[in-house]
Each structure stands twice: as structure tokens, then as C-alpha cells.
Ligand binder design. Structure first.
Ligand code: HEM
Length: 465
């Protein structure tokens, strides 16, 4: 657990952003953390002092410094922040929460699940599941809920190779409740101890029972049947450490839950925001539909189509620029060192926020505008300075699922554009929910109509002219 570190040296806070004695920016952080990080970045530069209750540190949004934190200076930090420690309560020790040799050994075991050859074979299954689920997208629905179900099914069935259909609702709720627990910790000045039977604590306890039941159920079932495939469960069961020993069931459980949790809500939120933006920018939606029609016509997409779905990818990147699912991540200094001309001391936190960097007016033209076309110039190698756009983090701890997420998102967006027209229900409030990932506070109520045909590129260009 992150300790409050007595810090007696003078700690200059930016007074233009409201901050109070003892609690510092805590009220502003719990009221509107997105506004706080963007204001600190805009008004106090790329390394802005911040104090959230007893925790002190910096919001770092300067790309060069972000790069240093992720790479050359990473040895000065631990990720055992308050939030990561809270995540350990439900994920256990797995590749998201571990460090050092323990992390290195297990990342090496999990990484091959995401190799290109495997991704190719995943594409067919992702398309088949999406084809089934999209049939249910009719009339008025909460698209963020439907997307959560779809991405959970995809990560469980395609990546882990398990049918969780019967448990899907339970798993979804358990992951959700566990994350709400972590969010409670994130925004509290002083977190409530776990033994006090608050609603959140009780829900966490219930979630652990469900997650254990599902994960150990999968492991036992595979062990019993002896069945092995091209999936993560098989890989984890067959993996051996250097001394020839197997992974303990608890470790396999932790890696499975980590992949389920890290691998569905992030992608789901990114896609929901993309669909929200498309509903507000019909010209962009038309161009997307036209590309899909040109590349796919009426057939289902395949892995080979991905390089041709260029505009689809720009749309997704532009939505992630404005609404990065992992909108903030933290590190805790373990040693005194220099960063951006300041001395960082042990116990100070470094908050890295792609949300703040990716909306900085001095780094981006029209930073608040949704303009997928900007990626035409930015996708040229070297055009985008490193760590100006980092929705997947960076350095050796960069997201292991990045390629999987792009594969999934591109296929899903293409299939949605091909089949369904989505319109925001008039009056539905679109409000960001900056939790562990960047969700939508009131969901995303949309009206879905099945499409009979999509326009050609030429038709789309004519209608947006
Ligand atoms: C749009 C989708 C996604 C986004 C934006 C995203 C973002 C991130 C970020 C920013 C990190 C680094 C966190 C840090 O440095 O503190 C991370 C780590 C991780 N992500 Fe993702 N992620 C996405 C999808 C996925 C998927 C699909 C999976 C797996 C199926 C996944 C699994 C993981 C894991 C296991 C880690 C920990 C890696 C390590 O520390 O070695 N993510 N993700």
C-alpha cells in the first residue's frame, strides 16, 4: 500500500488550479480529474506539481519526460502505487501487477499468445462472434453495455479459449465491482480499510469468489480433459520455469483474470467513444462506411483486409487520442533522481496522463477537434514525436495486448459500419467517467438500424462536399 511520505521540503503547488491545505488538489481530483490533469498540463507545463491528500508528486505530460519515465529512468520507480496495490487484491500477482524478475519471466510466458501468427487465426473467430452479437443490436440499446459483453466474449473465447457464456454476466459484474473498488481507493483521501464491511468491500469479497470459481473452474476442466489448443490457458498449463517446474494454479488464475480484466474494458471503452464520435460527425461516418464498402463490399472482413482499412484505423486512433481508455497511470519514486530539471524524491508519485498530453494545444493542431484525417500526415514514420500519443503506455511495460486491441477494434468498427447505423438517442447525456479506464457515466444509449447497403467512396465524397 502506498504510504504517505513525510515531505518537509518546500513543495511548490500551482495556485491557479484550486488546491487546499492538507488535501491539496484532492477535491479537484475527485470532482473532475480530467479537468485537473489537463489544466495542470496547460497552466503549469509538462511537469506540474500535484498533491492529492497525503500523496505528492507531478503530473507529467511532456512527451520527452514521459519517455524517460517509461524507459531510461524506469529503474527509479516502482508501480506499487495505491491503485496498483488495490488491483492486486483482485488480480493477484500477475503481469500487470508484478515487477522485476517475476514480471520478466511471466511476461515471456504470456507474450507469445500475441504473436502475429496467432493474431491471424484470431481474426476469423473475432469476426464470427461479432457477426452473432451484432444481430442483437436493434432498436434502442446501451451500446457501451453491448460492447462490454462483446469484448468480454472475445477475450474469453478467442484469446483464452474458454466458453464463458454461462458465466459472462457474473464475470462482467465481478470485474466491474472489483474495478469500482479500486476507483474508491483512487479517489479517497484516506482509503477505508478492507475489513470494514462497506458496500464496496462486500462487493469486492463477492467478486473474488466469482473470479476464483471461474478461473479455477477453467484450469481444473482443462487439466481433467487433457485438451490443449492454441490458446492462453493451454500455454499457461504447458509453460515451465527454467528448473522444469509448472506454474502454480494460483499464478495461472492471476494471469487469466488479468487478461480478462485488462483486455476487455479498455477496448470496449475505446470503441464506445469511437461510436459516440461517429454519431456526432456524420461526414467521418460516411467516409468510414465508404472505405468499408470499397474494401469489403458485403463480405466479412479477414486478417488480410486490415492493412487496407486505413481510414478505419485513423478513426480509432483519433478517438483514442481524445478518449484514451488508460487515461492515467502512475509510478512511485523509490530513489532520488532528476526529472525535467526537478529533484524527485522517494515516495513522490509520477502521474502520466495520455489524456493530458494528447490534448495539449502546443503539441496538437485543433486539439479538441475530432479529425481522423490528421493521421494521414502523422502516420508517416517519424512525423509523430515519441510519446506525444501513448494510449498503450511505453517501454518494456507497454501493453502486451496492443496488437490484439487494434485487430479487434478494426474488425469490429468495419463490421459495425457495414451493418448498423447508430444514432445517439436525442438528449442522452454523454459524460466521461474517468475510472480505472475512461468510461461513459450514463452509458451510451443509441438507436440501431440495420443497413441495407453502404455508400461507395465516390458517393460519400459527393455527400460530404
Ligand atoms: C484499446 C485497448 C487497450 C488500451 C488502451 C490498453 C492500455 C494499456 C496501458 C496504458 C498499459 C500500461 C499501463 C502502465 O504502464 O501502467 C497496459 C498494460 C497491459 N495491458 Fe493493455 N490496453 C488495451 C488492451 C489490452 C488487451 C486487449 C489486453 C489483453 C488481452 C491487454 C492487456 C494488458 C496487460 C496484461 C498489461 C500489463 C503489461 C505489463 O505490464 O507487462 N490490454 N495496457
Amino acid at each position: 500500500m502506498l504510504r504517505a511520505v513525510p515531505n518537509l521540503r518546500l513543495f511548490p503547488l500551482d495556485r491557479s488550479v484550486p488546491s487546499f491545505p492538507l488535501v491539496g488538489h484532492a477535491p479537484a481530483f475527485s470532482r473532475d480529474p480530467l479537468r485537473l490533469v489537463t489544466r495542470l498540463a496547460a497552466e503549469h507545463g509538462g511537469m506540474a506539481p500535484v498533491q492529492i491528500g497525503p500523496l505528492r508528486g507531478y503530473v507529467v505530460s511532456e512527451p520527452e519526460l514521459v519517455g524517460e519515465v517509461f524507459t531510461s529512468k524506469m529503474k527509479h520507480y516502482t508501480r506499487r502505487t495505491r491503485v496498483y496495490e488495490a488491483m492486486r487484491l483482485f488480480l493477484g500477482v500477475g503481469i500487470l501487477t508484478s515487477e522485476g524478475d517475476d514480471w520478466r519471466v511471466h511476461r515471456r510466458i504470456v507474450q507469445p499468445a500475441f504473436h502475429k501468427k496467432r493474431l491471424e487465426s484470431f481474426a476469423t473467430d473475432i469476426v464470427a462472434i461479432t457477426d452473432q452479437e451484432l444481430k442483437r443490436w436493434t432498436g434502442e440499446l446501451d451500446v457501451s453495455d453491448a460492447m462490454m459483453k462483446l469484448t468480454l466474449r472475445i477475450v474469453s473465447e478467442v484469446l483464452l479459449g474458454t466458453k464463458t457464456a454461462g458465466d459472462a454476466a457474473d464475470i462482467g459484474r465481478a470485474v466491474d465491482d472489483s474495478q469500482r473498488y479500486v476507483e474508491g481507493i483512487m479517489s479517497a483521501v484516506v482509503p477505508t480499510p478492507r475489513w470494514i464491511p462497506t458496500k464496496r468491500n462486500r462487493r469486492l469479497a463477492r467478486s473474488l469468489v466469482v473470479l476464483d470459481r471461474v478461473a479455477y473452474g477453467i484450469i481444473d476442466e482443462r487439466r481433467r480433459s487433457g485438451e490443449r489448443g492454441d490458446d492462453v490457458v493451454s500455454m499457461l498449463l504447458e509453460a515451465r520455469y527454467e528448473d522444469g517446474s509448472e506454474l502454480a494454479p494460483e499464478r495461472i488464475r492471476n494471469e487469466l483474470i488479468t487478461l480478462m480484466a485488462a483486455g476487455h474494458e479498455t477496448t470496449s471503452n475505446a470503441l464506445s467513444w469511437t461510436l459516440m464520435r461517429l454519431s456526432q460527425h456524420p461526414d467521418v461516418a460516411r467516409r468510414l462506411e465508404a472505405e468499408v464498402r470499397e474494401v469489403l463490399g458485403d463480405r466479412l472482413p479477414t486478417f488480410e483486409d486490415l492493412p487496407k482499412l486505413v481510414y478505419t484505423r485513423w478513426v480509432f486512433d483519433e478517438a483514442m487520442r481524445l478518449h484514451p481508455p488508460a487515461w492515467i497511470t502512475g509510478r512511485l519514486a523509490t530513489e532520488t533522481h532528476e526529472l525535467g530539471g526537478r529533484t524527485v524524491t522517494p515516495g513522490e508519485m509520477i502521474l502520466l496522463s495520455p489524456y493530458a498530453t494528447q490534448r495539449r494545444a502546443d503539441l496538437w493542431d485543433n486539439p479538441e477537434g475530432f479529425d481522423p484525417q490528421r493521421w494521414e500526415a502523422l502516420s508517416v514514420r517519424g512525423a509523430l514525436p515519441p510519446f506525444t500519443f501513448y494510449p498503450f503506455g511505453g517501454g518494456t511495460r507497454k501493453c502486451v495486448g496492443e496488437a490484439f486491441a487494434y485487430l479487434e477494434a478494426t474488425l469490429l468498427l468495419a463490421m459495425i459500419a457495414q451493418r448498423v447505423r447508430l444514432e445517439l438517442v436525442p438528449g442522452h447525456p454523454v459524460v466521461a467517467a474517468p475510472q480505472i479506464t475512461l468510461g461513459l457515466k450514463h452509458g451510451l444509449r443509441m438507436h440501431a438500424t440495420r443497413r441495407s447497403s453502404t455508400p461507395t467512396v465516390a458517393e460519400a465524397a459527393r455527400s460530404s462536399a
